[in-house]
Design a protein around this ligand. Structure first.
Ligand code: MN
Length: 204
């Protein structure tokens, strides 16, 4: 998915549209995945249409080597490419609340404790980062090139690739991610996201 190349296609949800109820509602999932995500995919394809050489590169390469992008398409490729990359990771990083994947395990759990003191303290800092994103953006837990865990605030469709980091956990705090159900209550949406956010097995 984030590693695929032109022409980009919408990756299907790895669960049903209603699988995250009541935390994330079915209508939001349909609009967010089928409309917003699809639009980023379509606009990225359009932006890459005139550039056969760029079409051969993976999305990760396009986004992490932004200096190779043509001046007049730079913004369109970074914004829509970032949208495709972030949303791919976001939807893949959610799972029904009944699954046993919502707490870090093993070595990853130990790294969280070592870096932040405890899982609860990490959650508090991450929640603050998500709440504190001004306007549209993302809260992101990433592994930096120095192999450290770091909480990032990403603006608009910026990705962790901008600092060559690997994304582990991503909260979409654009209003389109929560407005239908939570209106302006971003804090309630973030609390709900913790119930369905998936902690992958992480290798450092
Ligand atoms: Mn979104």
């Amino acid at each position: 998915m984030p590693l695929n190349t032109y022409p980009y296609t919408l990756p299907p949800l790895p669960y049903a549209y209603n699988a995250l109820e009541p935390y994330i509602d079915t209508e939001t999932m349909r609009v967010h995945h089928d409309k917003h995500f699809q639009t980023y995919v379509d606009h990225l394809n359009k932006a890459l249409e005139p550039y056969p050489k760029l079409q051969k590169l993976t999305l990760e390469k396009l986004l992490s080597r932004s200096s190779i992008l043509p001046y007049d398409s730079y913004v369109a490729i970074m914004n829509n490419g970032g949208g495709v990359y972030n949303h791919g990771l976001f939807f893949q990083g959610l799972a029904p609340s009944s699954e046993d994947v919502h707490k870090p395990k093993g070595y990853f759990a130990a790294m969280i404790n070592k870096t932040f003191g405890s899982f609860e303290t990490f959650q508090k800092h991450f929640t603050e980062a998500a709440l504190g994103v001004f306007g549209s953006g993302w809260a992101c837990l990433a592994i930096t090139p120095a192999r450290r865990l770091k909480i990032l605030q990403l603006t608009d469709q910026e990705t962790a690739l901008s600092i060559n980091a690997k994304t582990i956990l991503l909260f979409d705090v654009w209003e389109h991610a929560y407005y239908l159900k939570y209106k302006n209550a971003r804090a309630e949406y973030i609390q709900a996201l913790w119930k369905v956010a998936k902690f992958p097995e992480v290798k450092f």
